[in-house]
Ligand binder design. Structure first.
Ligand code: DGJ
Length: 712
């Protein structure tokens, strides 16, 4: 019965998806218009080649001119675009000449998808390009499958990106996000002048992001104006090229970074790239935020937990570092329960030999010196308090000082005659090896099977170095990083399938590996190791531009990077704009501190549904002001939460900021409805709050407040 129901639901979904005609095929059968809610992506076959026309506002569909460039720009013929496909055929020929073969409209993951097949005119190479339409979020996803259809001889792939688009001729500015440890995702805006601008990752670690947006030069309104944007669904090495020609349009090409990589495609085999997401909106940067964050929250996050309200967490890292034991963890858990925490997570330090960061990684059994009874008896006590239990792991790494490394020194990436480069005293396991993947699978399967664990914090603290796999076949040696990523995804997916109740957090020394592919497999991201509330306001502003609040874990800790000694309440208010966590040694808290925590956590539980599932609006960005204001509005538009953080207060009239009106215009309310604004007398129409705005009743540096706006 259940099976029949499932099949029926699937059929209904497919019928629904296909009942909306999102792909219109021209009468010639060789031109296509792909529609989202407000955009069109145009393609046509010209001279037997598939070319891209206009991508943008769908009302302009009739006015669009000549195609802007090849759908799959290749190395071969005139060099008039950045190639996304570069191969070498067995006889040494390096040019590709593609000819259109056929198209199909297929359903991929529930989305209407145009699948176009092209083949090389001479060599046995088939290139299938996919464009999926995600209509309600004005997004498309592109990827490419490439196939060696020959009987003998490898085709060497030197470069294969996920896709390319061309923007109409104009002057543009690019905004992308760069950073370093502790200062993640700082927005960088630059003019695109003729030439090539590349953003990329070469060592698996990026404190920046593959998410970007492009606006015509001079457009600065946050809520309106044309914006093209994108992001790569990939967590390994990625690359995006922004190629501006002197006379022509701008090309954006992105995907897997083939720097020091190549694939040898054997006869009969194929390779599929990761996906690249592209979008277009005329609602300014706010439009980008809404398209990307809604898509991630409503469609991309792991389905088992997508709809669930995120718990309040405690994490022991800042309280204990490696110095963990049952007694202290239980003492922490007791206070955690008292203040309202729901999930207690033990961080690093619990496994064999892990006295500091110089030993233990790889040996995933409990340290019996610290936990003589094992983990489960402690977990039971924590559960008895009414808390769920979570645990930290770092599967991809090994310390040379570990049983695992002593037994298998060849399980790490390395080159003969070359140094093994350690970072934080650790090396990176070669996940391209199946025996390594199986070892990790067995270790964590056992850990999760034998202990009542409901939350995994999956860390990754070293960048990729020495990507050698000496015993692999020569023609696979430079594909190891691609294989690694495939296996990493498989490992986490398998564990999730077997333990569907467990939450997974993605961490990489803070926000060193955050992207949409991780968001498809992990419920949360740890945005930064920097928990100083002021720095965090900046990091969170960028994060919330591109990722939903219910994926952003934020802990209240004693960290104070600028010696400001911020009030506890201020710290809580910062962390409450995402998934709230606590990281202090709370056994040392005074009653007064516990009272602040209790009161704030109670408040968080009251507002978290709107924060975690509502639509975000960045009303004032800290990058342009002495304060930061973030608003969330629930689906019904009946409740809104406004976070206000004052970071400095200056005398009147000394800065542009305080020459401006102090009125703040809200967003996302119903114009005709009437709302009460907490802390402000009177009832106001949504229209008034959004057009005239309200003076926020909060003065003074390092003051913060959370306001609730409720429909009457
Ligand atoms: C780096 C993470 O970012 C921290 O939160 C913490 O888990 C440490 N690793 C533990 O070693």
């Amino acid at each position: 019965m259940k099976r029949v129901l499932c099949i029926l639901t699937l059929c209904l979904m497919t019928c629904y998806v296909f009942s909306q005609q999102l792909i219109r095929v021209g009468d010639d059968g060789k031109s296509w218009n792909l529609f989202t809610r407000s955009t069109v992506y145009q393609l046509k076959v010209e001279n037997n080649e598939v070319r891209m026309g206009y991508y943008g506002n769908k009302t302009l569909i009739e006015q669009t001119g000549r195609p802007l460039g090849a759908e799959i720009p290749v190395r071969g013929g005139y060099v008039n675009a950045t190639p996304i496909l570069e191969v070498i055929f067995p006889d040494g020929v390096r040019d590709v000449e593609l000819a259109y073969q056929s198209y199909e409209i297929v359903n991929v993951d529930g989305f209407q998808t145009l699948k176009i097949t092209q083949c090389d005119k001479h060599y046995p190479l088939e290139v299938i390009s996919f464009i999926s339409i995600i209509p309600e979020y004005d997004l498309i996803e592109k990827w490419v499958e490439i196939r060696n259809t020959g009987k003998k001889g490898n085709i060497k792939i030197e470069n294969l990106l996920s896709g390319s688009i061309f923007l109409p001729k104009d002057a543009y500015e690019l905004t992308h996000y760069a950073g370093v440890w502790g200062y993640e995702f700082t927005p960088q805006t630059t003019k695109l002048t003729p030439g090539l601008k590349t953003i990329q990752v070469k060592d698996f670690k990026s404190y920046g992001l593959s998410s970007f947006y492009i606006r015509p030069e001079g457009e600065t309104d946050n809520y309106s104006g044309k914006v093209w944007f994108g992001s790569i669904k990939y967590s390994g090495n990625w690359r995006i090229d922004f190629d501006k020609s002197f006379n022509g349009p701008v090309q954006i090409a992105g995907g897997l970074n083939f720097w020091d990589q190549e694939l040898n495609l054997k006869p009969g085999s194929s390779f599929t790239t990761p996906r690249m997401v592209f979008g277009y909106t005329e609602l300014g940067v706010e439009g980008v935020t809404h398209c990307l964050t809604s898509y991630i929250r409503e469609k991309l996050l792991p389905s088992s937990h997508r709809e669930k309200i995120r718990p309040v967490l405690y994490n022991s890292w800042y309280a204990t570092t490696f110095n963990v034991n049952e007694e202290h963890q239980l003492a922490l858990a007791k206070v955690a329960k008292e203040i309202g925490v729901e999930m207690f997570v033990i961080d690093d330090g619990w496994f064999k030999g892990r006295v500091n960061d110089r030993a233990g990684l790889g040996d995933w059994t409990v340290d019996t010196n610290k936990f003589p009874n094992g983990l489960q008896p402690m977990i039971e006590k924590i559960n008895a308090l009414g808390l769920d239990f979570g645990i930290w792991i770092e599967p991809e790494m090994v310390n040379p000082n570990s049983d695992l490394y002593r037994a298998h020194p060849d399980w790490v990436f390395h080159f003969p005659n070359r140094q093994r480069h350690e970072g934080r005293n650790q090396l990176i396991l070669n996940l391209a090896r199946e025996d390594v993947v199986q070892y990790l699978y067995q270790s964590f399967h056992k850990l999760l099977k034998e202990n009542n664990i409901k939350f995994i914090k999956w860390d990754m603290n070293k960048q990729m170095t020495d990507p050698g796999f000496p015993s692999a076949p020569t023609d696979e040696q430079r594909a190891v990083r691609i294989k690694y990523m495939e296996n990493l995804y498989r490992l986490v997916e398998t564990l999730r399938k077997e333990f569907p109740d467990v939450w997974f957090e993605n961490c990489s020394s803070g926000g060193g590996r955050i992207d949409m592919a991780m968001n498809a497999r992990y419920d949360f991201n740890w945005a930064s190791d920097n928990t100083d509330p002021i720095d965090r306001i900046f990091i969170q502003d960028s994060y919330l531009t591109l990722f939903p609040a219910n994926t952003m874990i934020s802990w209240v800790t004693h960290e104070d990077w600028h010696r400001q000694n911020h009030p506890l309440e201020f710290k809580f208010n910062v962390c409450m704009a995402g998934v709230l966590g606590v990281g202090y040694d709370i056994t040392k808290w005074t009653e007064a501190e516990k009272d602040v925590a209790k009161e704030r956590i109670t408040k968080y539980k009251e507002i978290r549904k709107t924060v975690q599932t509502g639509t975000p609006y960045r009303l004032v960005t800290p990058y342009e002001s002495n304060r930061s204001i973030v608003q969330f509005v629930n689906k019904e538009q009946s409740e809104s939460i406004v976070f206000v953080y004052n970071m400095a207060e200056y005398p009147n009239n000394v800065f542009t900021e305080n020459r401006r009106s102090a009125l703040v215009q809200l967003r996302g309310l119903m114009p005709d409805a009437r709302y009460a604004f907490e802390g402000v007398n009177g009832i106001y129409s949504g229209d008034y709050l959004m057009k005239t705005g309200i003076e926020i009743p909060l003065r003074g540096a390092y003051k913060s407040r959370i306001f609730k706006i409720v429909k009457q």
